[in-house]
Design a protein around this ligand. Structure first.
Ligand SMILES: *Cc1c(COP(=O)(O)O)cnc(C)c1O
Length: 626
């Protein structure tokens, strides 16, 4: 996995160029150089880099692929798409999304009142807005207001109760009006078929959402009775996110297509669109063995267009417009989280940390000899001897026969011998060696929070591609597990022998080493938790000008400590006073020192929670070793 699976998950968005991973676009800057540029401005800690050109790429690919499929089949309906806001509502993302999608008539999907407000203000008039999820009267009223602003808005009915409210709001809003204005209406259908995978709870009979056949008939009658039937124009379903297999989608399409045709033949003449929801999968895997998606976008588009055409033909109705609400597919690739490695934990097992004595205990002296004379022909035997000696030496320590320095020498020597043996026997690949290798994995302490930046890893075990930003022409040899800086053992991405991640052996006192976490643009940001009060990282938007040069824009620094506390509704005025008071009243320090401490504390309060430098850390470990 020398290229860290880039050929599997990378989609040609990045290339390895010599030592670094570069953006495969325009002037092809390296992620490392962009990171360094931002850090030079004084921003430390993890950085979330956004790339609008990658949003544009996904949107244009989606539209072009459907245009091609439509042409191939001679399909009469139109293709439309909206971005579901729940996937990423951050302004730096949404503003970029709206900018790059100009010309596609691309709209937004909202699932809550706050999201609806974003949609009402950011969607250009005429571009579609769809509104899904549970709604109260106020939210439905907002949909009517949007329609009266001139928005092309469709409100999806998730249940009969909502329809009753829509009818009520319609009467209130349009009572006096000669030409009533109401949003378009969609019906979410409850499918027989359901999705698969860890997110598949949105489809199927037991799903939270949608109308059964009986309710559909009831809704039809109600709409007719209240002269809203001509507003019914969309049938909607969503079978779940990260749909790895295409088969459930095809089943859902047949079901939805037939419901569309049946309603239309019944008399819903305005009905003319099928909204297939989201679910287009993203390939997150770094290993061929665990690829997550068994179809291409081409296949997906062809299936949708073909099946809709077939059903329309056989039931003799018009081919419906096709809507998608794919979010993950549009947003995932656009951002990369870059996080500095703070420490490598097994660097303590370094030769220079040994403390040989004038006269070492005999078993330890033997370990020294094994370490100095191990070679390919004796490696396996020496390895076994070393492991055996370690058992004995640890027992001797428990019984009080050797001291702490001896024990430290034992640990270091045995680890060094295992490392050497693994290296010497690397072509044999035995199970024993692999197990030993797991034991000597390096622990990379990384300046980020998995809870904040990769919540789906924490909650669902979702894998995100990880690779270092530099050293890419050297073979990485350390089996790596990654620790975040929260005080929670769940904040660890453990080494998995079946899907191994190897990183480089780096001396962090000499150079910095950054890891990139890729495909983090969908869902991770707003799902991120402030565990330990680590907040949304510092972010920046990377754009390219006509000459191909990149620019760092819209930098937003992670919240400072006081803002974090303010968000939790602490009275920061009181906190501020308490800190000042405690320093001023302290009998342990002089007035000069007080001034200095106050200055320091105000500086720290203006900064964010993430750790600032690696220097402080490597200095302190060196201090311990010295
Ligand atoms: C979540 C959601 C989507 C987006 O799904 P993705 O898997 O991100 O494409 C689309 N439509 C509805 C109704 C949703 O709830």
């Amino acid at each position: 996995m020398k290229n860290f699976g880039l050929n599997i998950w990378g989609d040609d968005n990045f290339i390895i160029d010599g030592d670094t991973v570069n953006i495969n676009y325009a002037s092809k800057p390296s992620l490392l150089s962009i990171t360094e540029e931002i850090r030079e401005k004084g921003y430390k800690g993890p950085l979330l880099l956004r790339f609008p050109h990658l949003i544009e790429k996904q949107i244009s690919t989606l539209f072009n692929t459907f245009a091609k499929a439509k042409k191939e089949f001679g399909y009469q309906g139109n293709f439309h798409a909206v971005f579901p806001l729940k996937v990423n509502q951050y302004p730096n993302f949404i503003n970029a999304l709206m900018e790059v999608s100009e010309g596609y008539d691309y709209g937004l999907e909202a699932g809550s009142k706050a999201e609806l407000i974003i949609a009402m203000t950011k969607t250009p008039l005429g571009a579609p807005i769809t509104v899904n999820g549970f709604k109260d009267k106020e939210m439905i009223a907002l949909c009517f207001i949007a329609a009266k602003m001139g928005h092309n808005i469709t409100v999806t009915i998730e249940g009969i109760g909502e329809l009753k409210t829509i009818i009520q709001v319609h009467e209130e809003f349009n009572q006096q009006s000669a030409s009533p204005i109401a949003p378009k209406i969609g019906v979410r259908i409850r499918l027989h078929s359901s999705g698969i995978g860890i997110w598949a709870k949105s489809g199927g009979y037991s799903s939270k959402f949608g109308l059964t056949s009986t309710e559909l008939l009831e809704a039809y009658e109600m709409l007719k009775e209240h002269t809203l039937l001509e507003n019914l124009w969309m049938v909607h379903f969503h079978i779940g996110s990260q749909m790895g297999d295409i088969a459930p989608l095809k089943k859902a399409l047949r079901e939805a297509g037939n419901i569309y045709a049946e309603l239309k033949r019944r008399g819903a003449t305005a009905l003319s669109a099928i909204n297939i929801g989201g679910g287009l999968a993203v390939e997150y895997s770094q290993h061929t063995a665990t690829q997550e998606r068994n179809y291409s976008l081409n296949e997906f588009a062809n299936d949708v267009v073909y099946l809709m055409q077939e059903i329309a033909k056989s039931k003799k109705v018009d081919e419906p417009d096709i809507f998608t609400e794919s979010g993950r597919y549009i947003a995932a690739a656009h951002s990369v989280l870059v996080a500095p490695v703070l420490e490598l934990f097994s660097q303590e097992y370094n030769e220079k940390c040994l403390r040989p004595k004038e006269k070492n205990p005999p078993l330890i002296q033997e370990l020294f000899d094994l370490f100095n004379t191990i070679k390919r022909t004796n490696a396996r035997e020496y390895l076994h001897d070393a492991l055996d000696h370690m058992e004995s030496l640890l027992t001797l320590f428990d019984l009080g026969y050797i001291d702490l320095e001896d024990r430290s020498n034992t640990e270091i020597l045995v680890n060094l011998i295992i490392k050497k043996a693994i290296f010497l026997l690397r072509n044999e690949g035995s199970d024993e060696l692999k197990k030993l290798q797991d034991r000597i994995q390096e622990r990379y302490l990384v300046n980020f929070s998995a809870f904040q930046s990769l919540p789906d890893f924490w909650g669902l075990g979702q894998h995100f591609p990880i690779m270092p930003l530099s050293h890419l022409s050297d073979k990485p040899t350390n089996p790596a597990s990654i620790w975040d800086i929260t005080c929670d053992s769940d904040g660890e991405i453990g080494f998995d022998r079946n899907l191994p991640l190897y990183l480089h052996d780096i001396d962090l006192s000499k150079e910095e080493y950054f890891l990139g976490f890729f495909l983090t643009g969908a869902y991770q940001e707003v799902l991120g938790m402030k565990h330990n009060l680590f907040t949304h990282p510092t972010e920046a938007v990377i754009t390219f000008d006509g000459k191909g040069n990149h620019h760092i824009e819209h930098l937003i620094e992670a919240q400072n400590l006081m803002d974090v506390l303010d968000d939790l509704d602490y009275d920061t005025g009181i906190i501020d006073k308490a800190l000042k008071y405690r320093i001023e009243e302290s009998t342990l320090i002089t007035p000069d020192e007080k001034r200095e401490l106050l200055g320091k504390i105000y500086l720290y309060l203006s900064e964010n929670s993430y750790l600032k430098t690696i220097q402080a850390i490597s200095e302190s470990t060196q201090g311990e070793n010295a």
